[in-house]
Design a binder for this molecule. Structure first.
Ligand code: AMP
Length: 188
């Protein structure tokens, strides 16, 4: 049983690393960004509401995200644990997650703060935009997403403060090395 929360700026490698660890641990990787992108592609009501926020690089309203997370965490594949990637994204979501987990009788084992400098992030995200064609990986939207990260998401680290579950990992290294640092940090 492992329950992990991944924090970090866009482009830190959260999604890539979370996928590798989810396979390694045999638990689902729950990415709010992936769920939202699928919803937009399938033109669901959620996707239609979320699209404009995502195109601008802004956060989608908390109420939509919380319903989505509550649904996802109640699915049976989460019995052995989960990795949350991209949620919580602000302090209000972190508080709501605390409440949700308490109601479900769960706690997170590790809160991983994956750290990478802005200059490295911008280069990585521009490269990803060219590779994967993600519509929010343009310079203008990247700068907005980083601003949103510093204003809204970075304060979550202070919110979790001195919880023993909180660990910081330097994400500015080759992918395999970061994976190894993460495995070392979460190994029982
Ligand atoms: P990501 O793939 O995590 O970078 O997310 C892509 C976009 O989806 C973000 O720029 C937001 O617009 C939206 N998004 C993803 N997760 C959240 C969240 N927890 N709260 C609000 N918006 C989110």
């Amino acid at each position: 049983m492992t329950r992990l929360i991944f924090l970090g700026p866009p482009g830190a490698g959260k999604g890539t690393q979370a996928k590798v660890l989810a396979d390694w641990l045999g638990i689902p990787h729950i990415s709010t960004g992936d769920i939202l992108r699928d919803s937009v592609a399938n033109q669901t009501p959620l996707g239609q509401k979320a699209k404009d926020y995502m195109d601008r690089g802004d956060l989608v309203p908390d109420s939509l995200i919380l319903d989505m997370i509550r649904d996802r965490l109640s699915q049976t594949d989460t019995a052995q644990g989960w990795i949350l990637d991209g949620f919580p994204r602000n302090v209000a979501q972190a508080r709501q997650l605390d409440e949700l987990l308490e109601a479900m009788g769960q706690t997170s084992d590790r809160i991983i703060n994956l750290k990478v400098d802005d200059a490295v992030l911008i280069e990585r995200l521009l490269a990803r935009g060219q590779d994967q064609g993600r519509s929010d990986d343009t310079r203008e939207v990247i700068e907005r997403r980083l601003q949103v990260f510093h204003e809204n998401t970075a304060p979550i680290v202070d919110f979790y403060g001195d919880r023993p579950a909180l660990i910081s990992i330097d994400g500015d290294a080759p992918m395999a090395e970061v994976t190894q640092r993460l495995k070392d940090a979460i190994a029982p």
